[in-house]
Design a protein. Sequence first.
Length: 199
Amino acid sequence: MNDTKKLIVLAFAILIGCIIMRIGSWLYFDANTNFFFQNFTRVDGLAIGCLMALWKYERPELLRKKLITLSLSLLIVHAFVASCTKMFWPNIPHFRFLGYTSIAAIFALVIYYGIMGKGTLKKYFLECKWLIWFGKISYGLYIYHSPILILFRIYLPGKLASYGFSNSSSYIFLSVSAAISAILVSWLSIIYLRKKYFL
């Protein structure tokens, strides 16, 4: 087995291992530990991205076929599991186990067709200026959104309650304001930090 095939096996093992760890954490850990464990095993996108790169390196002509097969297989398995849990075990959170993987598979297809395709998707969607701008701030958005949301949830609910906000209104306000703040901080970090010190 050559090095590329070994890496492909490793990427598949990581992908399957993440799903198994999420199921195990839901079965055996308390709510707080489970929450953090679910977040730290969300590397499905990285594993699928590695598979895309390795397939492109190994046999570029088969990349499309392998990617479509992987994505459809994951979506079919997720749909089957979702149907079974809805009918027989409604308390099982199927999206936690396979949802991240399904989303990663869909994004892999979008990326493939966006890069390799020449049609409408690439011209009108992926080359759109505001999407390119979001692409530039996306890493900062990924890094900053969680601490900003945590800070907002610590300091703002009491103040919002004193102004008469209900729980649901408060949650919506916190989520929207945290998202806007994260976008603003990400944009400012591009201007003042990354361009000055890292790029």
